[in-house]
Design a protein around this ligand. Structure first.
Ligand code: 8YV
Length: 327
């Protein structure tokens, strides 16, 4: 009998066809929440789960007694109870690498858009306010030659720094749990304690994964350490930042501007002050959202789940221990 996969959101027909060759697939193209009764019914029989943007709780896992593997269409895995999955011997797979360059493009887009006030000034044109040559009131700040401080220096952080160093002649500082000697050599990057990095950088860009250690890593104290001219960019997860502290820092002029792709609550409510602030560029979590990259991510997830359910090693595995514990 074929093993059963529950797939939800964002798979192409060819990808579903690939899975149905070897598995029985229940596909939920539009899944509003995990409470959907048909989804819960399918989950009760599922050996594999593939999809994105769904909070998986231990309670949900209790209802999926046959589950062997989950393939998330994301690199981040803060939606999954990793220790609990490992304890149950359920493999968790993600999609690193294929989204690195696209997500780094988003990071750099926010760096330039905030520095040159691109969104604010595009609105200025749309409103018909461009009545004479622009003056100092519309000037931005340079990006090239400035200091870019990366908080987190993994694949995506390094790809943003590469754009900064090689494309814009920026000086790169980074704070990261481990030193990265190769990147230091390639990009002339220098490792700093986080407080020093905050004080020295013109642009502070956060790319750390969300975990218990990084939740609210950047708050009131950290904003106070930044230069008043600093521009803060977050493409990691909203919860890495204490959002009310960010709003306060922007309102008081403790920092100049922020470019944000992620928020504590997504979708971002218009009740938040952030989308209304002229010195904020707020994007709807578009980090990896291009046709090419989302297809590549979905394909990676499909390949991961197929390999996992065939007893082979998935391409990108989060919890190695679960794989090792297999018979
Ligand atoms: C995902 C992301 O699209 O991969 C990640 O971790 O943040 C995005 O690229 C998002 O998490 C939804 O899956």
């Amino acid at each position: 009998m074929k093993k059963r996969i529950v797939a939800f959101r964002r798979l192409k027909q060819e990808q579903l066809d690939q899975l149905t060759e070897d598995f029985h697939v229940d596909y939920f193209e539009k899944l509003d929440s995990a409470d959907d009764p048909a989804f819960r019914e399918a989950l009760a029989e599922a050996h594999g789960l593939v999809g994105a943007s769904l909070k998986i709780t231990p309670q949900l896992l209790d209802e999926a007694p046959h589950l062997e593997a989950i393939a998330s269409i994301s690199v981040g895995y803060d939606n999954y109870p990793v220790d609990e999955l490992t304890r149950r011997g359920i493999l968790l797979c993600n999609t690193p690498d294929v989204l690195t360059e696209t997500t780094a493009d988003t990071g750099f887009l926010l760096i330039i858009a905030t520095a040159r006030r691109a969104v604010e000034l595009a609105e200025f044109v749309k409103r018909g306010d461009w009545q004479e040559s622009i003056g100092e009131a519309q000037f931005g700040t340079d990006v090239h030659g400035k200091t870019l401080g990366m908080i987190g220096f993994g694949r995506i952080g390094a790809a943003i720094a590469r754009r900064g160093a090689l494309g814009f002649g920026m000086k790169i500082l980074y704070s990261n749990a481990s030193p990265k000697p190769q990147l230091e050599q390639e990009l002339g990057a220098t490792r700093r304690e986080m407080d020093e990095l905050l004080a020295e950088s013109d642009f502070v860009c956060v790319t750390v994964p969300l975990s218990a250690e990084t939740e609210h890593l950047i708050g009131k104290r950290e904003f106070a350490l930044m230069k008043p001219s600093a521009i803060f960019v977050n493409i990691a997860r909203g919860k890495v930042v204490d959002e009310p502290a960010l709003v306060a820092a922007l309102e008081s002029g403790e920092i100049r501007a922020a470019g944000l792709d992620v928020f504590e609550q997504e979708p971002l409510s218009l009740e938040s002050p952030l989308p209304h602030m002229a010195n904020v560029v707020a994007l709807p979590h578009i980090g990896s959202a291009t046709h090419e990259t989302r297809d590549a991510m979905a394909q990676r997830a499909v390949d991961n789940i197929a390999l996992a359910l065939k007893g082979e090693r998935p391409i990108s595995l989060v919890n190695e221990a679960a794989y090792q514990s297999r018979d």
